[in-house]
Design a protein around this ligand. Structure first.
Ligand SMILES: Cc1cc2nc3c(=O)[nH]c(=O)nc-3n(C[C@H](O)[C@H](O)[C@H](O)COP(=O)(O)O)c2cc1C
Length: 94
């Protein structure tokens, strides 16, 4: 699962932190990945705070994107997803 948040004060926005905290049990053992937009501060503590909240999940490396440049960052976003998502062909689809 991908989870997105803006970078607020160097960390996740409080509503996102609340959502992650409330869904810890459901995310246990799951592969989760955070992406964030920021106003120029980059990743700061956003990714590490997210990983810290989910010690029992498989947390993939987070991505940081400039909020104001997000609409022209399609290539960057595609690369971010491609590096983390593996699409497997099922037997029926072969
Ligand atoms: C309350 C608040 C705190 C913020 N704190 C940070 C911050 O610590 N570092 C940072 O890079 N951007 C910060 N921002 C900027 C947001 O991350 C940015 O506005 C958001 O990702 C959306 O991008 P945009 O406004 O350029 O579209 C903050 C914005 C708000 C509203």
């Amino acid at each position: 699962m991908f989870v997105g948040t803006p970078n607020w004060w160097g960390t996740m926005a409080p509503p996102v932190r609340t959502w992650v905290t409330n869904n810890k049990a459901a995310l246990k053992g799951k592969v989760v990945c955070l992406f964030q937009t920021n106003g120029g501060g980059g990743m700061q503590r956003v990714g590490s705070d997210f990983a810290e909240l989910l010690p029992e999940s498989k947390v993939l490396p987070a991505g940081a994107f400039s909020g104001s440049r997000i609409k022209s960052s399609v290539k960057e976003l595609e690369k971010f997803v491609d590096e983390r998502v593996v699409v497997k062909q099922t037997e029926e689809a072969k």
